[in-house]
Ligand binder design. Structure first.
Ligand SMILES: [Zn+2]
Length: 80
């Protein structure tokens, strides 16, 4: 499935929010994302250093939720 993700152009990490309360921050702290797959909210410190990515993940909505809920963290952060 495709998810709305953002990529930090300072640390080149791509992050997306797997569930409503899944709050993620890139490793350098420039960008954050939360709100899940449908109510995605982002924030950033340097607006010229991030971009939207239409990311394909080998998973389903239910599996992403479980990944977050069970702290498996196989998804949500992609290093590029
Ligand atoms: Zn970063």
């Amino acid at each position: 499935m495709r998810v709305k993700a953002i990529r930090c152009l300072m640390c080149y990490e791509t992050i997306f929010s797997r569930a409503l309360d899944d709050f993620k921050r890139c490793s350098c702290g420039n960008i954050t994302i939360d709100g899940g797959l449908n109510n995605t909210k982002i924030s950033f410190m340097h607006k010229e250093y991030y971009e939207y990515i239409n990311l394909y993940v080998e998973s389903s909505k239910k599996k992403l939720y479980q990944d977050w809920k069970n702290h498996q963290d196989n998804f949500g952060t992609v290093r590029t």
